[in-house]
Design a protein around this ligand. Structure first.
Ligand code: MG
Length: 454
């Protein structure tokens, strides 16, 4: 996030979404600067940066503010939150309380409603570094006009904007060679969807226009009863519906062979991808993903030969669309793949993370793979345990570290998963219509996912 430093009087309540307030400060004060990092009309993701403007180290900080009664904080990270009515107090955690002279740290939060903080203090003094204002600023929230229904920065659908994708170095580029970081969501295992959310064109268009979704992943289950191997006609119909909807909506679509032991059914995968490449490989929309999450199999003797066979079948009909290759250990060992990459062009490699389970050590594997020259695509992630969040817990600070890492490295992502259920990673709550319009049906890590798609 870019922080603007504006010399003005503090008028936090008057900030419009996306704005940042900063005031001239005396030489000896801590300051706290509020900003909106994402906004979706009836809610936003906020951040407060705490800066030690004194000439000596401080060892703790405490930020307090009020929100209008119509507005509340649902989740926060990188600070300890205490709430009393509409009054919020955030104190440092063990690892971010000490700030050297001139140093800064920040914490974040998700807000339901459009009101912004007022009566802000840091360590008891005004967040501006001066004395608290004697007249409270107005509490009128900013306009609640819904966001525009088409992304405003550049015209057209994602595919109209970016066109045919290709791998450029260790990232993805659009038709003109500019770096692209696609963000979107994955379907549920298509054989286990509670309703056909992923196959609905209205829902896809709604996600494009309201969430800024650029890519949808069709996670076509292969091995379980009722999935591709036992009911191929149904699974193919689902996948082709999603592809055709993506073409209509102008978004990218990942065709995911959602399997764990795909080496046992290589001939079926070769036939499936070969056929779809002949029929859809000319479209810029399509991205191929031949093996979602290999188990702990040998890369060189099991997984890589499978990829070579499927990539060969795809390339016989489609010379250029991106293929994202699964890696050992549920698509974590990208460093192992980097030691012996598959030959070919426009090949990327899959890294999956779940932030209650995976942190810096898995990012280190990603860094090693990138240093070795691989281009990565995170086709699944969750702010949850690796089981998808059976316990309902979300780990947002670690998820934010991952979001920052993916952004810094230009890594595209699709978050797990579009369905109703109690897991942290189920994006929708009961009653969500299949046609979209899910503003009041976000569940689990969905507010965080949506905030970071925008
Ligand atoms: Mg092509």
């Amino acid at each position: 996030m870019r922080t603007l430093r504006l010399v003005t009087t503090l008028a936090v309540a008057g900030l419009l979404a996306g704005g940042v307030a900063m005031v001239a400060t005396p030489a000896s004060a801590a300051t706290a600067v509020f900003s909106v990092t994402n906004n979706w009309g009836n809610g936003y993701q906020g951040q407060i940066s705490v800066t030690n403007n004194t000439s000596a180290q401080i060892t703790s900080w405490r930020v307090e503010f009020d929100l209008p009664a119509s507005t509340s904080i649902s989740q926060s990270w990188n600070a300890q939150q205490a709430t009393s009515g509409s009054h919020y107090t955030f104190t440092n955690l063990s690892w971010n309380g000490t700030l050297a002279a001139g140093a800064s740290t920040s914490f974040g939060f998700l807000v339901n409603g459009s009101g912004t903080p007022v009566n802000c203090t840091v360590n008891g003094a005004s967040c501006t570094g001066g004395t608290p204002p004697t007249t409270p600023p107005p509490t009128t929230p900013p306009p609640t006009t819904p966001p525009p229904t088409t992304p405003p920065p550049t015209a057209g659908t994602p595919v109209e904007r970016y066109g045919q994708l290709r791998v450029c170095g260790t990232t993805m580029c659009d038709r003109s060679g500019a770096r692209v970081q696609l963000r979107g969501i994955s379907s549920m295992w298509l054989n286990w969807e509670t309703a056909p959310y992923a196959e609905n064109l209205s829902a896809l268009t709604w996600m494009r226009d309201n969430w800024n979704l650029q890519v949808i992943r069709a996670a076509m289950g292969v091995e379980p009863a009722g999935a591709y191997l036992s009911d191929p006609a149904r699974a193919r119909t689902q996948v082709e519906t999603i592809i055709n909807n993506a073409v209509t909506a102008g978004v990218y679509v990942i065709v995911d062979w959602h399997a764990h032991e795909a080496q046992n059914n290589q001939s079926q995968a070769v036939a499936f991808f070969g056929d779809l490449a002949r029929r859809y490989g000319h479209l810029p929309n399509v991205i191929w993903e031949p093996w979602n999450e290999p188990l702990q199999f040998s890369w060189t003797s099991v997984i890589k030969p499978y990829h070579q066979a499927v990539v060969s079948a795809i390339r016989a009909a489609d010379p250029d669309n991106i293929v994202v290759l699964g890696t050992p250990t549920w698509s974590q060992d990208v460093d192992v793949a980097a030691a012996s990459p598959v030959a070919g062009t426009n090949l990327m490699y899959t890294l999956h993370f779940y932030s209650c389970t995976h942190g810096a050590s898995l990012r280190a594997k990603g860094d090693a793979a990138i240093r070795a020259g691989l281009a990565l695509f995170v086709t699944e992630w969750g702010a949850s345990n690796a089981d998808g969040g059976l316990d309902g817990r979300a780990c947002l600070p670690e998820a934010q570290s991952w979001i920052d890492w993916m952004k810094a490295n230009g890594i595209s992502w699709t978050a797990w998963k579009l369905d109703v259920g109690t897991d942290t990673t189920n994006l929708l709550s009961p009653g969500a219509p299949v046609t979209g319009g899910w503003t009041n049906y976000l569940h689990g890590h969905a507010p965080f996912v949506v905030a970071n798609m925008r």
